[in-house]
Write a protein that binds this ligand. Structure first.
Ligand code: TRP
Length: 372
């Protein structure tokens, strides 16, 4: 028995990502894919560093692209709380994909999902959907080529596709994939069909097979495994997947979580709050300065180092320098924390400015012109 479990609804324990990949049956992103991506753009650090580490059918998607068949980019967000760094991380990668391939994008906001799975009203989820959408737009997606699908508003378009998907997924499959029990409400059982729908939407609209790439957290694989299983029966191409690891929480656990304020950095956190939270983050450092100077630290178990590795230090030589100085005991945890806090605060400051600007374009990005 493994000591962790990962479903789209929650993570328990410390994730072993290699084991998870085997469990889900996804494939490692390796040097062949690196070389292919490097043909279109300078390889993104999240690929190079094994953060987007697992995939399905990305090679065939690129074959089609090379043959002149552009793909659709699709990712999403369940609006259950304020946006944090763990959400932003894969969106940065999505932006790189859009910039690299100059392709249209769908961003699905699943207010229906969070209503069904959390103790939230539709009014709550709608409000959070708006706030989350601003954070998404602030990443800098091509405003003309990116559409935001809010499920409760776009249901008229999604529903026929979701129905086709739902008809092909039996309750026993849903139970096996998601672990549903008698106590689950029936909306939860249907929901996976709504998350599959945008992957097939462009094919439906254009009446031809439009390939789709979905870069997202690997916790979403159960949905897309189900979607891929039914795709060909319905005459749609199987969506291709690029999966990332989760940004760890500040306590070193597997995931930042909207429900745990202390281990999570929100986009709206004040500079002071960021410094405080980072100050308490887990580094695995020694108890005394003397000991740390002698023994050195361990970047491998340090959350601060992880954040640099995932998002905040993309210069490889600088990152190596940090690791070297840490192991030698040249730099102490306090200094590392101060440097990272500063980087995060600059990032958040810029983000908040772009987020304000996003209010001017959010209406124009609504799929099907719904009103926010
Ligand atoms: N279920 C996802 C969440 O809870 C939201 C989502 C919808 C999504 N469609 C997606 C995530 C596509 C990644 C890719 O956050």
């Amino acid at each position: 028995m493994s000591k962790f479990s990962v479903t789209p609804w929650g993570i328990v324990g410390k994730i072993d990502y290699v084991e998870l990949q085997e469990k889900f049956g996804t494939f490692p992103v390796g040097s062949i894919l690196f070389r292919r991506f490097a043909r279109y753009n300078k390889l993104h650090p999240m690929l190079r560093r094994g953060i987007f580490y697992s995939c399905r059918d990305v090679d065939t998607l690129l074959d089609k692209y090379d043959a002149g068949n552009k793909f659709l980019l699709y990712t999403g967000r369940g609006p259950s709380g304020d946006t944090h760094l763990g959400h932003i991380m894969p969106w940065l990668f999505n932006k790189w994909i859009q910039d690299t391939f100059k392709i249209p994008m769908y961003f699905q906001i699943t207010d229906d999902e969070k209503f069904l799975f959390k103790n939230l009203t539709l009014h709550d989820t709608r409000k959070m959907a708006y706030e989350n959408a601003l954070d998404f737009i602030a990443i800098g997606f091509d405003t003309k080529n990116t559409k935001i699908i809010l499920n409760t508003e776009c249901v008229k378009t999604l529903y026929p596709i979701a129905l086709k998907v739902a008809k092909k997924i039996t309750f026993s499959t849903a139970k096996a994939v998601f672990g549903f029990e008698n106590s689950n409400n029936i909306g939860q059982i249907f929901y996976t069909a709504m998350q599959a729908a945008p992957a097939f939407l462009a094919s439906e609209i254009e009446e031809r097979e439009v390939p789709c790439l979905i870069p997202c957290g690997i916790d979403q694989d159960p949905h897309f495994r189900a979607a891929r299983d039914v795709a060909s029966i319905l005459g749609y191409p199987k969506p291709s997947m690029l999966y990332c690891k989760m940004l760890p929480g500040l306590n070193g656990m597997s995931k930042m979580s909207s429900s745990e304020d202390n281990i999570t950095i929100y986009m709206t956190d004040s500079p002071n709050a960021v410094s405080k939270k980072i100050g308490k983050a887990f580094t695995g450092g020694c108890v005394s300065i003397k000991e740390q100077r002698q023994k050195g630290g361990n970047p491998g178990s340090c959350v601060i180092f992880q954040y640099n590795y995932y998002m905040f230090e993309y210069d490889d030589s600088k990152l190596e320098e940090i690791a070297r100085r840490c192991k030698n005991g040249d730099i102490l945890c306090g200094e590392c924390k101060a440097i990272l806090s500063e980087k995060i605060n600059i990032f958040l400051d810029r983000h908040m400015a772009k987020r304000e600007k996003a209010k001017e374009v959010i209406d124009s990005m609504a799929f099907g012109d719904f009103k926010w």
